[in-house]
Ligand binder design. Sequence first.
Ligand SMILES: Cc1ncc(COP(=O)(O)O)c(C=O)c1O
Length: 353
Amino acid sequence: MKNKKIYSNILEIIGNTPIIQLNKVMGYTQHQFFAKVEYFNPGGSVKDRIALALIEGAEKRGELKPGGTIIEATSGNTGLGLALVAAVKGYKCIFVMPDKISREKQELLKAYGAQVVITPTGVEPEDPRSHYEVARRLVRETPNNFYTNQYHNPDNAKRHYETTGPEIWEQTNGEVDVFVAGAGTGGTISGVARYLKEKNKDIKVVCADPIGSILYDLFYHGKIIDPPASYKVEGVGEDMLPENVHFQYMDDFVRVSDEESFRMTKRLLAEEGLCVGPSSAMAIVGAIKYSEKLEKPSRILIMLPDSGRAYVSKAFNDDWLIENKLIAPQEKDKFARIVPAEQLYKENNWSFK
Ligand SMILES: Cc1ncc(COP(=O)(O)O)c(C=O)c1O
């Protein structure tokens, strides 16, 4: 059937995500804030874009053959993207990820038919138990495999240069002054930044980095000053320097704490109706902090990598937030709550008639 409105498979709807203006969470300001909302991708995150790019690149070079196994050390979203592409194209997948990654993401990958290998957090990247090292071992031991290597594979940043950057430019008619994103592999920020700066060298590119990541120190000092520390926001910040991080396209770094990120995650849902993950909230907090330095009214575009649905048991669970000292105990159920009907009747002295 030839019909322009029907896609031939789900991979064709990757990309072309909407840009949505933020209206409340930044408070009174002379600036305008816009969000590129990547959870509209079919696998639920920005990583669908590079999953397709990494697999297509390997197919083109003959590195991935029919029936082959895709191996990746992923914090979850790249795994979901790869599992999606692999399902359509008929490959097997093995994913290696740290134990802090949410249970929902692990279960979903398993449902796609993937093998999920969990590694301990807080071990050195060189440790044989680290997710990088476990992945390397699997690559050595698995026949007919392709290690997608999202951190260092140049197809990652290249796909953002070729698609995400041009989308932003076209959707905004080039009317962007500042681009803000977090960096995990660095592919998104580096690829988009390179494209935008080629179009307009005056666009400022700002990386929002969680406290505990070493990228901030590497950008400003060229070496690690504060040793890497663990943090709760998933998918962003690093304890090593991926080759997809291209500092030459970045102008500034802003540090964001877990508390700021998780508070903003809740506010985005309650005030803007945006159900996004903590790394999206972190980027927005980073953008707001950076905007306070800007003298002229500016248009600020922020990348929101994934959906909040994968973090319901953490970001939207007051008990978890209290346990992790991200909100105070007295803030539990402050505005919204889950209440049994009987309790509601009792509290209000309602009769049963
Ligand atoms: C939730 C989330 N946010 C942000 C990013 C960062 O994107 P990039 O790897 O392109 O730097 C990732 C990457 O894994 C992610 O999973």
